[in-house]
Design a protein around this ligand. Structure first.
Ligand code: SER
Length: 667
């Protein structure tokens, strides 16, 4: 039997042999894209390449990507555990063409890999193609069908509509028709009695999709229209766990060698037996699948810098973690923190593929254990409170669901889950109302409506000149858009070049002024959106085509830079005093102050703190000059001992900042 490690390696080797550059997985937590909390597909990190906002350094790319589909457009959380194929975190094997090859090669290579390398039987393979869509004015993808006809008989090529065969990353962004590959795993007898073609896309557990080939050609805009992209791209994604299931002759991903060691461990620790049952009443089996699945999402999100918390992405991770705790507590009779004990096994399994977990295994385990202890403290009381609720018409009241959430830390989906087990529903509207009331009390949550970009000049890549100058000359507006914040209009500009630093890496964005023609507009803030620098201005000038000049507010930028330098000096001091594990987890630097988050096992003691302060003050007094290497190959920076952070996506060329080669070196 081929192991999961071998299957993954063969995929990457195959595409390497087709001149693809193999790149590391991007972090599972998405920090640079306001439209997406977590990486939900292999193509996310290439979004800007597809849109033409960034110039590729390779046109053929392949990798295995950590993905999470638990929020937004793609959400599988409630399914996980019930069946044998859904997961929170999964790996997506993918190959990409950035304006290079298209349908012919993409389809041909999928066929070659599946049938010649993995040796899947050809007669079990079905392909689907896009059947067209009237609303979007798109014809059926006859081209893909013709290509498939070289490999498959016609009755194995099926048309499906936009729901299945037009892939979109989110509400906006790159998209296009796709062609999926499905495998029929049924016995020969069953296959004779009913054609697999009838079961494709019918949720049959034995006829499953494994690979999606998307032919990216459009950008979906906020007004729902489709804009044709200047180049055509390929984005493919193959579910690694499912591929292993098929190649290992299993009928559930949980039976592959990716999960079975974990299920065995959970069996041993709980003294219960896994029976491969998908009966919704068999809570022991469900709990074992939930625990073996959820630990992966939680551990890798934390390793990539997302600490569980009360809002946003942090709350998604906390919800997953609490769902797992409740399952082992109620159905595996495990009453002590347990999830964190799976970390050593998980770290070992992925040490070669996603080393970020292995390198932080102790810290990640500590964070998880802390979360488990906190939730176990309230879980029992919360469950008791649940039992005592007065339930009318088999429905949990909104106010009660809110109390469980607010006082006992039950995420609403956990309350819903327990309610379902008892045959109740939850008054979701009542819960939302109670929650909204609390939110309104604590802060008026700004509603944002983001308009489409209006193009003024065709965009080349935007050049950031702000390391060398704070003055802008001879620039032009590339595009602008209107954003409504709290019902007020705000305007955003992208310029052909800019000295304005967009908020990133924890440093606030620059403020300043622009002259567009004769008109002055103030830059209130500057943000980054993926690779774009977006200037937020108070008004739009009459003539958007006029020449743009401007200045960054130098005093503020300078004070901010000083504070940013201080974070480097402090980071190095933390390593000296507390140890190399005390890595930066976040920072927030402006012209008045700095905040610096880092990982450590316990609060920093008074003496340690004093030592850190003394080192930093001494370094400040030494007045060390800043050394900058602006474009250094990443490997050279590593060899020079630069501090690398987990959960950061570094390019091939990095900017290295040194304050005394023996003291502080950061990217
Ligand atoms: N983006 C497509 C998907 O996620 C193919 O990678 O299915």
């Amino acid at each position: 039997m081929m192991t999961a490690q071998e299957i993954r390696a063969q995929f990457l080797d195959f595409f390497r042999s087709k001149q693809h550059k193999i790149v590391p997985s991007a972090p599972i937590v998405n920090k640079d894209d306001p439209t997406l909390m977590f990486t939900n597909a292999g193509m996310n990190q290439f979004k800007d390449l597809f849109l033409g906002n960034q110039v590729p350094d390779a046109r053929r790319i392949a990798d295995t990507q950590k993905c999470l589909r638990v929020s937004g457009k793609h959400n599988d959380l409630e399914e996980v555990g019930l069946d044998g194929t859904h997961h929170t975190m999964f790996e997506m094997l993918g190959n990409w063409s950035i304006g290079d090859y298209f349908k012919e090669e993409a389809i041909g290579w999928s066929w070659e890999l599946l049938t010649e390398v993995y040796k899947l039987p050809k007669d079990r393979i079905y392909a689907t193609v896009f059947g067209g869509d009237d609303a979007d004015g798109l014809p059926a993808d006859e081209e893909a069908k013709e290509i498939w006809k070289k490999y498959l008989p016609e009755d194995h090529i099926l048309y499906f509509d936009r729901k299945d065969n037009f892939w979109e990353m989110g509400e906006t962004g790159p998209c296009g028709p796709c062609s999926e590959i499905h495998i029929d795993m049924r016995s020969d007898e069953e296959r004779k009695s009913k054609s697999g073609a009838e079961l494709v896309n019918m949720d049959d557990p034995m006829v499953v999709e494994i690979w999606n080939n998307v032919f990216i050609q459009f950008n979906r805009k906020a007004d729902r229209s489709l804009e044709e992209l200047p180049e055509q791209h390929v984005d493919t994604g193959m579910g690694f766990e499912r591929l292993c299931m098929i190649l290992q002759g299993k009928t559930a991903t949980y039976d592959t060698d990716i999960f079975s060691p974990f299920i065995k461990y959970i069996e041993k620790q709980s003294g219960k037996t896994y029976t491969h049952s998908y009966d919704p009443k068999n809570k022991v089996d469900i709990a074992m699948r939930v625990v073996s699945d959820h630990i992966r999402a939680v551990a890798f999100a934390i390793a990539d810098g997302q600490i569980p918390g009360n809002t946003g992405a942090g709350y998604v991770i906390r919800r997953i973690l609490r769902r797992a705790v409740r399952y082992y507590y109620s159905f595996l009779d495990i009453k002590d923190p347990f999830l964190h004990t799976l970390i050593p096994m998980l770290s070992d399994e992925f040490a070669q593929v996603f080393p970020e977990l292995d390198l932080q295994r102790e810290q990640v385990a500590k964070v998880i254990e802390g979360e488990e202890i906190a939730f176990l403290n309230t879980l029992e009381n919360g469950l008791r409170r649940f039992e005592s609720l007065s339930v009318e018409d088999n429905q949990i009241k909104g106010a009660d669901a809110f109390e469980l959430y607010d006082t006992y830390g039950f995420p609403i989906d956990l309350t819903r889950l327990i309610a379902t087990e008892k045959g109740y529903t939850v008054d979701d509207k009542g819960f939302e109302a109670a929650l909204a009331e609390q939110k309104a009390r604590s802060r008026a949550d700004a509603q944002k409506e983001v308009g489409d970009w209006q193009i003024i000049n065709d965009g080349e890549e935007v050049e950031f000149v702000g390391y060398d100058t704070l003055e802008l000359k001879d620039a032009k507006v590339l595009k602008y858009r209107t954003v409504k914040v709290k019902k007020k209009d705000q305007f955003q500009l992208v310029l052909s070049q800019t000295p304005f630093y967009g908020e990133s890496g924890g440093q606030v964005g620059d403020k300043g002024a622009l002259w567009i023609g004769e008109e002055k507009v103030s830059v209130i803030d500057t943000k980054k959106e993926n690779e774009l620098t977006v200037h937020i201005v108070n008004r739009l000038p009459a003539d958007m085509t006029a020449e743009v000049k401007g200045f960054v507010d130098a005093k503020t930028r300078h004070a901010t830079e000083n504070n940013h330098t201080a974070t480097h000096l402090m980071h190095a001091a933390l390593h000296q005093v507390l140890g190399g594990h005390a890595l930066q987890k976040g920072q927030n630097v402006d012209h008045k102050r700095l905040r610096f988050d880092f990982s450590h096992f316990q609060p920093v003691g008074a003496e340690e703190l004093q030592e850190i302060e003394e080192i930093v003050n001494q370094k400040v007094r030494e007045n060390i000059a800043l050394e900058e290497d602006r474009t250094m190959p990443i490997d050279e920076a590593k060899a020079a001992g630069a501090t690398m952070l987990f959960g950061e996506k570094y390019g091939d060329l990095v900017r290295m900042i040194t304050f005394d080669a023996n003291y502080s070196r950061e990217l």
